[in-house]
Design a protein around this ligand. Structure first.
Ligand SMILES: [Zn+2]
Length: 426
């Protein structure tokens, strides 16, 4: 009897301490909170999945809170990568894009590796733009259920394309031609459960650097209107200037990649507040992997380098004009984990490190309509917090170089902890 009562007490203590552990007090040497404030000797109080308060100095810590001492590091908000391809998984053996087709369930399981690499780069939220067979929808839902570990996902399902041959076979989307077909495709995508619509407004991708406009202005306008009518948002891909011009005029919520944009299009983007993901680093990644991984034809690297230069100049012009620029890695295959290298380019186009950090936090959070819960370490926000080595406001490599990411919390749960190890990833 006595033992039973003792056991009951122990059981109570054990369960109550588990409950109390839902309160965490995280100490940082410095905290860049994402709203423009910087705290020294910060203490972030996290209650379940949300930030309860942020203080500095000798703030009182709630009794029973689990104290996590990261005072050697700088805290920043969880990072947002606004353009990814989570389900593009490579086995490291064959050549990407020529692997045999996999069952969608196999892809979902394998792609967890991409999800883990994203978290290790400090990415706690992504916008995923194009995936086949509902694999992105499945991952989003499994992650939201807590059954799979990975960044929070906003997904587009199948991208909408014009009818054209694609060789070699790559994950393709819904083919639609003409206004009626486009409206139907957009509604299908949204009915499938997508958060966003992705439209391919031009050719271009991988080693294909052509910039031919695909959908007409009327088709883009129909897609935008059909998307907005259902309360969703649309991202339009364009490698070239004419697709970009029409995408912006049609009212796209974000424009992906676009190079060689004219001044009027850039001015229109400022006026309409069209978000722009230049995805510059993405082609740098292809240059680095052109021979050994992709086996691109001779001359591809030179063309990629030329494209990067024009992409860079366009992004610089857009930034100077006041366009809302966001970090999009366009991560595919073994590019996962390099997600935040785009920040280095944003600093090169003239952003301060603080501005670049916004392009991976508050700006994409606003684009996603999540400005009250993502992109900042502030009361009421999701407890998405990253600890980095170094001072990102002095040198953005504290964030862009994944080796400096030491610890990651997503919605109150620690998902990466390299505070004791070397911090090196594969
Ligand atoms: Zn892409």
């Amino acid at each position: 009897m006595r033992i039973a009562r003792l056991l009951a007490v122990f059981f109570f203590l054990a369960t109550s301490s588990t409950l109390l552990a839902a309160t965490k007090a995280i100490k940082f040497g410095k905290l860049v909170d994402g709203t423009g404030r910087v705290f020294t000797n910060a203490v972030v109080i996290v209650e379940d999945d949300r930030v309860q308060r942020v203080t500095s100095g000798n703030a009182s810590i709630p009794s029973g809170a689990e104290v996590i001492d990261l005072s050697r590091y700088t805290g920043i908000p969880g990072l947002i990568d606004a353009h990814t391809h989570m389900t593009y998984y490579w086995d490291g053996i064959t050549t990407p894009r020529t692997e045999l087709p996999r069952h969608p369930a196999v892809t979902v399981v394998l792609a967890q590796e991409n999800a883990r690499k994203a978290l290790e780069a400090g990415v706690t939220t992504i916008r995923n733009l194009n995936a086949v067979d509902g694999t992105d929808l499945a991952m989003r839902d499994l992650i939201n259920m807590g059954k799979m570990i990975g960044p929070r996902m906003f997904v587009s399902g199948l991208g909408v394309r014009i009818t054209r041959s694609t060789a070699p076979p790559v994950p393709i989307g819904i083919m639609a031609d003409g206004v009626d077909a486009v409206i139907h495709a957009v509604r299908q995508v949204i009915a499938s459960g997508a958060d966003w619509v992705k439209m391919y407004g031009s050719t271009g991708g991988f080693d294909d650097l052509t910039q031919f406009q695909t959908f007409t202005f009327e088709e883009m306008k129909a897609a935008v209107d059909a998307t907005h009518a259902l309360g969703k948002k649309i991202a339009i891909h364009s490698y070239g200037p004419s697709g970009a011009r029409d995408a912006v005029r049609a009212g796209a919520d974000s424009l992906e990649h676009a190079t060689d944009m004219d001044d009027q299009t850039i001015a229109e983007m400022v006026k309409r507040k069209t978000y722009y993901a230049p995805t510059i680093d993405h082609n740098q990644y292809y240059v680095e992997n052109a021979d050994n991984v992709y086996r691109f034809p001779p001359g591809t690297k030179e063309r990629l380098l030329g494209y990067i230069q024009r992409n860079f100049e366009t992004a610089k012009k857009a930034f100077q004009a006041g366009v809302h620029i966001i970090v999009g890695s366009d991560a595919v295959y073994n590019g996962w984990g390099l997600n935040m290298r785009e920040l280095d380019w944003l600093v090169k186009i003239g952003m301060t490190p603080a501005q670049a950090l916004k392009a991976a936090t508050t700006e994409p959070a606003a684009m996603l309509g999540m400005e009250k819960s993502l992109g900042a370490v502030a009361p009421g926000f999701y407890a998405d917090i990253v600890a980095v080595e170094g001072d990102p406001l002095a040198n953005i490599s504290a964030v862009s170089n994944r080796d400096n990411v030491r610890w990651v919390m997503k919605a109150g749960l620690v998902v990466v902890d390299k505070t004791k190890g070397t911090g090196k990833t594969n």
